[in-house]
Design a protein around this ligand. Structure first.
Ligand SMILES: Cc1cc2nc3c(=O)[nH]c(=O)nc-3n(C[C@H](O)[C@H](O)[C@H](O)COP(=O)(O)OP(=O)(O)OC[C@H]3O[C@@H](n4cnc5c(N)ncnc54)[C@H](O)[C@@H]3O)c2cc1C
Length: 390
């Protein structure tokens, strides 16, 4: 565990035990292979099954479909922090991107669809991905161009989705497609299997980071799915995935906290060992100030995130809306903190940090996507101010 983890005001024996389970999984199953998997641009599918067996994909999913039968934002937070700290974002992305598509299936799919798709995805036996972003843009989803129209009892979907995490290996996709007029009100969700007629995919292999994750462009060429593939009410896409986006923002910000803390810990380790000008690096004031600045930002992010996770739990129990403004703000605070800490840690490590095979180098490459995916920093700031009623 990181040496800098402070005491947690909302801790319970169950949360501590869950955190230990996740940490053991990372220490045994991921950490020893992180560099090799990153270089290979891939990792064994068995890891999905092992994570599934531990229940890591089961938050908010009924036990009947292999889920945990409960939700806990603080446990989600702990899991994401630990994965961020492991310092291999590609594995994290591929494993947990299914989490942004299982929610709509749990809430909107039929019993048969859940028995077939949800159980297999939550167990880690197969993959699932959320397909919203299109080549023409990801921020303004209300303008999505992919269309679905009725053909007898079926739907025919036409269009393209891109940057889809887990998209090359996934067996199921939750896809946004326009069934009505302009705006978000005209967009519906569909559950599409990878063997649907008219579906194909192309790998995106030149990413700056997240090398170990598979990312795809999806092609829907009059892709035929049955009427039952439509999830929820026609045109109710935004409503159906709002909570999903909120949980994604919590996880991304918590992942950033883990990344930032790993950068701080590795920088401290290095600065204690390295000597320059006759004394350890850590004894030079300019370096000590960097450590202080990183630590301050990390503590602030940690406290804010724990409070927000607690508020999410309260809101869920009360049937109240999620704290959307706070989640938007903390998503920005998270990516900014991780970016700052990756930069400062790299500077403290000097040339050693610039070499592949070093967690700080990988995190430095992988912080940028945290500022773009799951709602970019610009869009999150706009959303936060809108939620303030301005
Ligand atoms: C590695 C990776 C994995 C991803 N995984 C998935 C996935 O699994 N599923 C999925 O659906 N999508 C995924 N995405 C897509 C991601 O959600 C989008 O990249 C993101 O929403 C931004 O969309 P865009 O890249 O099209 O940028 P654009 O929407 O074209 O925006 C370009 C830039 O302009 C800024 N901008 C846009 N509008 C405004 C405005 N009004 N004011 C100020 N600035 C603005 C944006 O913040 C951005 O910085 C992934 C992306 C990456 C890079």
């Amino acid at each position: 565990m990181p040496t800098t983890t402070p005491a947690r005001p909302f801790d319970t024996p169950e949360r501590a035990s869950f955190r230990d389970t996740v940490q053991r999984f990372i220490d045994v199953e991921i950490a020893p292979h992180a560099d090799a998997w990153d270089e290979a641009g891939d990792f064994p599918w068995a890891l999905h099954e092992k994570a599934g067996a531990l229940g890591l994909f089961g938050f908010g999913i009924d036990e009947a479909y292999g889920g945990l039968g409960f939700d806990d934002a603080l446990m989600r937070f702990d899991s994401a922090v630990a994965m961020g700290y492991a310092g291999i974002g590609g594995v994290n992305a591929s494993l947990f991107s299914r989490g942004i598509m299982t929610g709509p299936i749990q809430h909107l799919a039929s019993e048969d669809q859940k028995a077939e798709a949800l159980t297999a995805i939550v167990s880690g036996q197969v993959g699932g991905a959320l397909a919203m972003t299109e080549p023409s843009g990801g921020s303004d989803l209300a303008r999505m161009k992919t269309r679905a129209h009725r053909d007898g009892e079926d739907w025919l979907i036409s269009g393209e989705k891109t940057f889809i995490t887990g998209g090359m290996k996934a067996s199921w996709f939750v896809v946004g497609a326009r069934t009505g007029g302009d705006g978000f009100g005209g967009v519906s969700l569909f559950l599409v299997p990878s063997d649907a007629p008219g579906f194909s995919r192309t790998a995106i292999t030149n990413k700056m980071g997240w090398w170990a994750s598979d990312t795809a462009t999806l092609h829907f060429d009059d892709c035929r799915v049955p009427a039952s593939a439509q999830l929820g009410q026609e045109g109710a896409c935004l409503l159906a995935i709002m909570d999903n986006f909120n949980y994604e923002r919590l996880s991304l910000a918590a992942g950033c906290l883990g990344m930032a803390r790993r950068c701080l810990d590795d920088a401290i380790d290095y600065a204690q060992q390295r000597e320059t000008f006759g004394k350890p690096l850590i004894k030079h004031q300019a370096i000590r100030h960097k450590i202080a600045d990183m630590s301050m930002k990390i503590d602030a992010l940690d406290s804010y995130l724990q409070m927000i996770a607690w508020r999410i739990n309260q809101a869920r129990e009360a049937g109240a809306p999620m704290p959307a403004a706070e989640l938007a703000k903390v998503k920005v605070l998270g990516s900014k903190t991780a970016e700052f800490c990756a930069n400062e840690a790299m500077q403290i490590l000097g040339g050693a940090g610039y070499l592949r095979g070093c967690a700080v180098e990988r995190i430095y490459r992988e912080v940028k996507v945290m500022a773009i995916g799951g709602g970019s920093e610009e869009i999150m700031r706009d959303l936060a101010v809108k939620q303030m009623g301005l």
